[in-house]
Design a protein around this ligand. Structure first.
Ligand SMILES: Nc1ncnc2c1ncn2[C@@H]1O[C@H](COP(=O)(O)OP(=O)(O)OP(=O)(O)O)[C@@H](O)[C@H]1O
Length: 232
């Protein structure tokens, strides 16, 4: 598959005097698995926020190209690990359903409930669906965020350091699950990470933000040696 779903042209972002990056140019193809890497503060989260339309760039354009038959490009987003309010009185299932986007209705339709059931199954949360979300492990909670993102049936899934706070086994489990879902449903993936082993295993190409610029290459070939002189 080589149809672009997202085109970034001459993108620049500054906060006041500080330029985070400039002149970024790249495309993301349907079904492509990408890693977004770079040192702390390089601008990865800033780029993600721009891609999902949460903020506007200082210059340049981002074109989201809907798949044939779709009205718009659907993007699912799994945020960095966040601590939840200890009093949040939500079950895992209700937490996942928060993303249904009810607008004016306070209840879920039959179809929406079925969809929630499906994504709980897909993310291996069915057994704990009634557990309070505050009593879940870090890995389970990240799967709940993943389930939320999957509800919208995205064409592009963005994981923003979604595995950062997990132990090695949990990271691999989470990424293996993501990989299965993304491959089966032919989604494109942007995986933001500092972990070059994981990005080599689960992505094909990297986008590296370094010195305000973008470098790209094969994820399989990237390692600490090949990136000598580049801070990660
Ligand atoms: N809203 C903002 N206002 C001012 N500066 C900001 C804002 N958001 C981000 N920055 C700055 O922009 C730079 C890039 O931040 P960003 O969070 O995108 O980096 P990152 O690559 O995601 O880092 P990390 O790996 O630590 O998550 C940082 O210097 C940050 O302080």
């Amino acid at each position: 598959m080589t149809d672009p779903i997202l085109k970034v042209t001459d993108l620049a972002m500054s906060f006041g005097e500080k330029t985070v990056f400039k002149n970024l140019n790249f495309t993301i193809d349907a079904g492509e698995k990408l890693a977004l890497i770079g040192h702390n503060g390089a601008g990865k989260s800033t780029l993600v926020k721009l891609l999902i339309g949460l903020t506007h760039p200082t210059a340049g354009t981002i074109t989201r190209i809907p798949l044939p038959g779709h009205e718009r490009l659907r993007i699912g987003y799994v945020p960095q690990f966040r601590n939840l309010d200890a009093d949040a009185p939500l079950s895992v299932a209700s937490f996942v359903a928060l993303n249904v986007g009810l607008s004016w209705r306070p209840w879920l339709s039959h179809q929406e409930k079925e969809r929630v059931t499906q994504v709980l199954e897909q993310t291996q949360l069915t057994q704990i669906k009634d557990r309070p979300i505050t009593l879940t492990s870090g890995g389970e909670r990240q799967r709940a965020y993943l389930a939320q993102a999957l509800l919208a049936d995205p064409d592009l899934l963005i994981l923003d350091e979604a595995t950062a706070s997990m132990d090695v086994d949990a990271k691999v489990q989470m990424m293996a699950l993501v990989d299965t879902i993304v491959t089966q449903q032919k989604m494109a993936l942007v995986f933001v990470s500092h972990d070059l082993e994981l990005t080599a295993r689960y992505t094909d190409r990297y986008l590296l933000i370094s010195n305000q610029q973008l470098l790209t290459g094969s994820s399989k070939e990237v390692n600490a040696d090949s990136l000598k002189g580049v801070r990660l």
